[in-house]
Design a protein around this ligand. Structure first.
Ligand code: W6P
Length: 402
């Protein structure tokens, strides 16, 4: 019917890939003009991206599509698609009106669009919870209950990648809008120098690592009831000669990756050596830049490693190395997921492990702008996680596996 035709039409158009450079350019001369320009870009782009997510959901096997959580997902994506599409249709009607010196109109559009994006953001806060819940209900239809089929994994990668792109676009626009309204607002984080939207053009990577370390240690400490977490030792590569590493990143994404990996290393270390030990071997973090100028972070633990046949498993959705006793019930995860521990910390119900989406998602985050995340494990000894981020700011968004 009519609705479904609109979704199909929008989904038939191509997504415009993002790049850090393009996001930074928006902030070059941050003003009403650049924000309005971005609104007209998002007016075209967001309906396309939302419609593609709807199509992905509709193409799922019936048993998964018909679960309650996935019905809710489709409903939410449809609601957002229609809201964004109607706004886009309406603003096209206004294109005849000369906005140049109509400041009141310019302000109205900015406010309306920011409100719209905020509503959409709120509507999708629980997406991951719905996904995990739906997949867990679907598990009984799977041959291997501990490993989603190729089809489901492909869906989750593609859907999460798409969702991430949308989040970046919306988050960046809202952050720019805030910066325009409140240029002197207090910095959002300790690594903040001259942020452009959600991007830190010259992020202090060392500070970011220390921040993620503290978050992971905090969660560890609460999870194991005052067992002291392993120490994290940060090491600069010799070529850097103690120089500070400054690199353009989306700090929230790199923080998520580091936090996820450090948590895994801490848990593996403690469980391998025993929770009653007075101290643990350090976790080593090696920070360097590659000959090509890319950023490289290696996190090395002495947590006993993974058997060779399990080396790809941590990247599986719903995979967890944790024993069943530490897996949490849904409500407590819901309250903690996707909120940063340092801001949501009440000391209760902080999950050290969630749905097992953490590492799979981290890999997508790393790959978004041409980076990667890989694990190397020495069974009986420990694990090394290798993160690479591309130096090229004009590296464009990757929509598929490479
Ligand atoms: C482990 C398992 C793992 C996954 C991800 C990162 C680090 C580690 N260490 O033993």
């Amino acid at each position: 019917h009519f609705d479904s035709q609109r979704v199909k039409l929008a989904a038939s158009r191509a997504q415009t890939p993002l790049s850090i450079a393009q996001c930074l350019r928006l902030g070059d001369s941050l003003g009403t003009k650049s924000l309005l320009k971005n609104i007209s870009f998002l007016n075209r782009e967001l309906p396309v991206r939302f419609s593609k997510r709807i199509v992905e959901l509709r193409n799922l096997p019936t048993e998964l599509r018909k679960t309650e959580p996935f019905m809710s997902l489709v409903q939410n994506y449809s609601a957002s698609f229609h809201e964004l599409q109607s706004y886009s249709d309406n603003s096209r009607l206004c294109e005849g009106i000369d906005l140049e010196d109509n400041e009141a109109m310019q302000r109205t559009i900015q406010r309306e669009y920011a409100n719209l994006l905020q509503r959409v953001t709120n509507r999708h806060k629980q997406d991951v919870v719905y996904m995990a819940h739906g997949i867990s209900l679907f598990k009984r239809y799977q041959l291997d209950r501990n490993r989603p089929s190729e089809e489901i994994r492909h869906f989750l990668n593609s859907f999460n990648r798409g969702r991430l792109g949308i989040r970046i676009m919306i988050g960046h626009h809202l952050a720019l809008q805030r910066q325009l309204l409140f240029p002197n607002a207090p910095p959002a984080s300790t690594t903040n120098s001259k942020r452009v939207g959600i991007i830190e053009p010259q992020c202090d990577i060392e500070a970011l690592i220390m921040n993620a370390t503290q978050s992971a240690q905090f969660v560890f400490f609460h999870h194991y009831n005052t067992v002291f977490p392993p120490h994290v030792h940060l090491e600069h590569s010799k070529e850097l000669g103690g120089k500070m590493v400054r690199f353009p990143v989306v700090p929230a994404l790199l923080h998520h990756i580091l936090f996820e990996l450090l948590k895994n290393s801490m848990r593996a270390t403690a469980e391998f050596h025993g929770l009653d030990k007075p101290s643990y071997p350090d976790i080593l973090v090696k920070l360097s830049t590659t000959p090509e100028g890319n950023l490289s972070i290696v996190i090395k633990d002495h947590g006993g490693g993974l058997p060779q046949r399990q080396i790809t498993k941590p990247f599986d959705y719903m995979f967890t190395t944790a024993s069943n006793t530490v897996c949490l019930d849904f409500p407590s995860i819901i309250s903690a997921i996707e909120s940063k521990p340092q801001t949501s910390a009440t000391g209760e119900n902080l999950p050290l492990c969630g749905f097992g989406f953490g590492l799979a998602t981290s890999k997508l985050y790393a790959q978004l702008f041409g980076g990667d995340l890989e694990l190397q494990s020495t069974p009986g000894y420990g694990t090394e996680a290798h993160i690479q981020m591309s130096r090229l700011e004009d590296q464009i968004e990757q929509f598929t596996d490479h």
